[in-house]
Design a protein around this ligand. Sequence first.
Ligand SMILES: Cc1cc2nc3c(=O)[nH]c(=O)nc-3n(C[C@H](O)[C@H](O)[C@H](O)COP(=O)(O)O)c2cc1C
Length: 434
Amino acid sequence: MSQHTRAKFQPSGRIQFGVFFQGVNSGTIWKAPESGSQTDFESFRRIAQTAERGLFAAFFLGEGLRLREHLGRPHALDVAGRPDAQTMLAALASVTSNIGLVATQNTTYNDPSDLAHRLASLDLLSGGRAAWNIVTTDNAWTGANFRRGGYLDHADRYVHAEAFVETAKGIWDGVYGTPRLPRSAKYRPVLFQAGDSPDGRDFAARQADVIFSAHPKFDDAVEFRADIVSRSLAAGRGANDVKIMPASEFILAGSEHEAREKKEWVRSLQIGPQQAIAYLEQFWGRELSAYDPDGPLPDIEPAVDETSETRGSGFHGAKARELTAQWRAEAAEKGLTIRKFVTSRTARVDATFTGSYSSVADTLAEYARVGAVDGFNISPWLIPTGLDDIVNHLVPELQERRVYPTEYAGNTLRENLGLATPVRSASLVPEPAR
Ligand SMILES: Cc1cc2nc3c(=O)[nH]c(=O)nc-3n(C[C@H](O)[C@H](O)[C@H](O)COP(=O)(O)O)c2cc1C
């Protein structure tokens, strides 16, 4: 391709799906009669096989290396139990045949040679379906679980991440000597990235094949695409070289009315009274159990100067007094109760597509037409049945509109995402065993 065509972004007119099995947070409903278990292999198998029936490109797992805390105790409202991603994906490799297997792994606490070997192993045993979702992790508390401890400043985290990824690539390339494994079907694992700061975006523009983004809303998605295209060009890559798949949630039904009712039900189970109070306690830094979840926001001052969400992240360092005063004013102005306010902040409202199968398919077809995204990484709100209506009803609507695959392009993740096989930068790598 000429320099000129590489510099111009061309919408593919297609979208793909990934599924993000979240498990641990309030986005997944564990209290419904049909809810499964968050650790049982059966839950993972069922979701992965349903996704594969719907020709999904990828199955994602997140990473959290420490239980979340709340007011100095393990977060009682969190679901404890997230199996190690690579172990789970290795097991899933044996009960699936086409879907990509994406492990989120952070560069701050892992070690490159160890991680590169484990990812190469997954890629080899799955026949070229492995991917690494590179994160730096925003969870400062994790350090206490590691002997070397410590956490890096934001800027240092990306400097470290860059060196880490270059080292991993060097290992796969055989730069440091003969690698411990032969090459996999498509040379090396696909690289995803999740992290949204300017440093994170530049890092992705240099290193990633796909960004797991936080920008699913149409205008925001278009803006994010333009930003990533310009960063990719600045990094010497082509305008189409970095794919984008935002986090998303789908609440679908046969009619608009039914979908809206379903959404109310989903939200009421995602953010119950206890979850709403616990959420505010993170920002007030004190017990708020005496407050009515269906009443106004607490009219007392926070007990801390700086807020800290349970993950030790996000608003960490924000001025608690200012933030809570701002929230009180906003909730009062909009007439929101504690529960309604927390729902509006936490339920990934911006990432939710609600509607009939056909109207949501029309919406997604428009994303495909302009190339706002390359796909969506869907978090099911129910496990293990949460993808059934997407696969049974939404996928056929998208196929009718010719924006969704009707078969897998191949057996490897690179083929299914339309990614080029990386160019070998070293000649030392042995050919795969046949
Ligand atoms: C969509 C998305 C998913 C993420 N998933 C994880 C995860 O599973 N585990 C983790 O430690 N961090 C995760 N992160 C957080 C990143 O590791 C990163 O620390 C955070 O986004 C802060 O970096 P930034 O300022 O560049 O955004 C995720 C971030 C995004 C945007």
